[in-house]
Design a protein around this ligand. Structure first.
Ligand code: NAD
Ligand code: UDP
Length: 316
């Protein structure tokens, strides 16, 4: 049986990735400090297929507890919601710097392939749209989001040096806004906020004019992209956007959420957070070409699934 290590595997995307890896026949070892995740997200698995280790990957890895061999390492550990990474700013910088170094060193020791979860935030507030991987970005290095976007850029730079210097078989994936079941209801991101507010019959809190854009990728599509990037040969040093190219304004997103919830749209305007990017849309030509991948789940279908999850009382 092949073994994969997933840092951050108790989180939203990580736990769906673990599901997919198990389905593909892997034994999965999850390293997570539960800063923003929960073992409940993995409760569907048994110890035979998934080993859960509570560890802060910014610290040295728990050597004795690690598997003797490993073919794939996915580094997903990092707070991802703006509310969480503001609260955990230094921890975010550390997990994307030291945490990435520890994960890269482990990949070298095992001779494993490495997949870095980076982000569209690497483009900052982009001056081009849609954003191709060749765009270098427009990032405030000292703003309130920099703990996240600059540390992800550092993680990318470090990963590329391991490719150049040690010939590590690593690839970098820039995820755009991803959503679906197992998002934390209180993490402050627009999807759980709007879905929870719609379920409670409250107005949807739209920040700023609502004219800023995002592109929402359902989690099963996202995980399929991650899986394909992990198992496709010849991608060392490649950077790929993984996201849904259907761009919409936040106000339009609120309309779709209300429509799926079957309620009239009520909006509560709130101030726009500082440095909130004005637009976000992936150019996925590269992933289409190299991975034969593109998203399949429509926003309405994805939101139906997300509502189903949040409707069950324990997740409200
Ligand atoms: P999440 O918060 O649900 O999951 C992150 C996981 O990492 C959590 O389980 C958390 O406990 C764990 N973690 C954090 N710091 C850790 C540490 N020091 N040691 C061990 N574990 C630690 O977030 P998510 O939305 O699932 O995001 C997963 C990855 O994808 C992150 O790297 C994030 O930056 C990236 N990403 C996500 C999105 C998105 O839309 N969800 C977009 C771009 C990039
Ligand atoms: N947003 C909003 N209302 C909310 C939460 C977020 O209008 O209740 C906006 C936010 O200002 C941003 C977009 O929705 O423009 C996406 O925010 P999120 O925190 O989900 O992710 P981001 O893409 O900013 O990392």
């Amino acid at each position: 049986m092949k073994t994969a290590i997933v840092t951050g595997g108790a989180g939203f995307i990580g736990s769906h990735l673990v599901d997919r890896l198990v389905q593909e026949g892997f034994h999965v070892v999850v390293l997570d400090n539960l800063a923003t995740g929960s073992w409940d997200n993995l409760s569907q698995h048994t110890k035979d297929t998934v080993t859960c280790i509570e560890a802060d990957v910014s610290e040295s890895w728990p050597e004795g507890a690690l598997p003797p061999k490993c073919e794939l390492i996915f580094h997903l550990a990092s707070p991802a919601s703006p509310v969480h990474y503001r609260r955990l700013a230094v921890e975010t910088l550390m997990v994307n710097s030291m945490g990435t170094k520890h994960a890269l060193d482990a990949a070298l020791r095992y001779g494993a392939r490495f997949v870095l979860a980076s982000t569209s935030e690497a483009y900052g507030d982009p001056a081009v749209s849609p954003q191709p991987e060749s765009y270098w970005g427009h990032v405030n290095p000292v703003g309130p989001r920099s703990c996240y976007d600059e540390s992800k850029r550092f993680a990318e730079a470090l990963t590329m040096e391991y490719v150049r210097k040690y010939h590590l078989d690593a690839r970098i994936l820039r995820f755009f806004n991803c959503y679906g079941p197992r998002m934390q209801s209180e993490d402050g991101r627009v999807v759980p906020n709007f879905v929870r507010q719609a379920l409670l019959g409250k107005p949807l809190t739209v920040y700023g004019s609502g004219q800023q854009t995002r592109s929402f990728c359902y989690v099963s599509d996202e995980v399929d992209g991650i899986w394909r990037a992990a198992v496709t040969d010849g991608l060392a040093g490649e950077v790929m956007n993984i996201g849904n190219p259907e761009e919409r304004t936040i106000l339009n997103f609120a309309e779709v959420v209300a429509e799926v919830a079957g309620i009239p749209l009520k909006v509560e305007p709130r101030p726009l957070p500082p440095d909130d990017p004005t637009n976000r849309c992936p150019d996925i030509s590269k992933a289409r070409q190299l991975l034969g991948w593109e998203p399949r789940v429509s926003l309405k279908d994805g939101l139906e699934e997300t509502f189903r999850y949040f409707r069950s009382a324990e997740h409200r």
